[in-house]
Design a protein around this ligand. Structure first.
Ligand code: RRO
Length: 310
């Protein structure tokens, strides 16, 4: 069975990597992913200046997934750019840098610097952080997205992607897809970021489980799988000549298979990686390989995007 993926002029040994935010804030964590069975590495969303993020507790796992309101804690753009400078690209594991500026100007200054550095890492611009009090998600404001993408395209000529929030209405899928299709440099979208502003309640303590925003936070894990699959399938259908990266609710080879069947080129692991550690990559790959063998598929192209309808 061949699990390799070729896209963006890169080859990955397999389609799995970490979701931005999980196991990728420090060099130690990034190196953990790099030394794991993952096919690529992505860094924590960064801002121009380092941030401590929101007060703790700010992450909580349940039987069905997770809720977080981290608030963009990160070591600052220069730290991840320096990691990208020293990264051993020749070893064949691509590096993605997640960029999440507090303003459009910050995003442009980070991307302009990245462009001038001519490094072979690829930016994933986060349009969907749900956890900054008073700051709505860019991905839910099509006019702001249009301006952001136009400005990025003006200063950044290499391939880049965007991390999208989940959408819940066919009108919004087509509105976003029409907009994204206008930008040729935009080579992929990652679907989905966490489902924003859920509320997990512990009935024993009669309390919320995380401190920021009186308990509201982004949902991940099994809670979000069907929403993630819908977003992957719809964008895979509506975008022309662009890739979709699947993220949301992958706990085993079966969910990775579902994302690829829905059209994902590659897939990211968030909550499951946080809970299980980097051994999750080898386990999920073993399961995906076994499932493909059982079905008689020899490579990912044999079933990618071939979801049947009734
Ligand atoms: O750091 C966070 O609170 C965070 C971010 Br930037 C994001 O994009 N998605 C998320 O669930 N948490």
């Amino acid at each position: 069975v061949d699990l390799s993926v070729s896209w963006l002029g890169l080859t990955m040994a397999n389609p799995l990597y970490n979701a931005s935010g999980v196991m990728c804030r420090s060099v130690t964590e990034l190196e953990q992913v790099r030394h794991s069975a993952a096919g690529a590495v992505i860094s924590k969303s960064c801002t121009l200046q380092p941030r401590d993020g929101n007060p703790e507790p700010r992450y909580h796992a349940t039987a069905l997934g997770s809720i977080n309101s981290m608030g963009l804690p990160n070591a600052g753009y220069a730290y991840y750019r320096d990691y990208a400078r020293s990264y051993p690209y020749a070893q064949g594991k691509p590096l993605f840098l997640s960029i999440s500026g507090m303003t459009l100007e910050d995003n442009l200054s980070m991307l302009a610097d990245l462009a001038s550095s001519a490094l072979p890492c690829i930016p994933e611009v986060n349009l969907s952080c749900p956890n900054l009090p008073g700051k709505p998600q860019l991905g839910y404001d099509p006019d702001a997205c249009a301006i952001t993408l136009a400005e990025i395209s003006r200063i950044y000529s290499g391939p880049f992607g965007v991390k999208l929030p989940p959408y819940f209405d066919p009108v919004h899928f087509s509105q976003m897809a029409d907009l994204l299709n206008e930008f040729v440099g935009l080579r992929f979208v990652t679907c989905i970021n966490s489902i924003g502003n859920g509320l997990v309640i512990d009935p024993d303590t009669e309390s919320v489980v995380i401190k920021p925003k009186d308990g509201l936070g982004g949902l991940g894990g099994s809670y979000v799988l069907p929403t993630a699959l819908a977003n992957v399938r719809e964008f895979a259908r509506l975008l022309h000549g662009k890739h979709v990266v699947g993220c949301g609710g992958i706990n085993s080879g079966r969910e990775a298979f579902m994302h690829i069947l829905a059209g994902a080129t590659a897939v990211q692991i968030g909550t499951c990686l946080y809970e299980e550690g980097e051994g999750a990559f080898a386990r999920i790959l073993d399961e995906l390989r076994a499932l493909m063998l059982q079905k008689g598929y020899r490579c990912l192209d044999d079933f990618r995007g071939k979801l049947k309808t009734l």
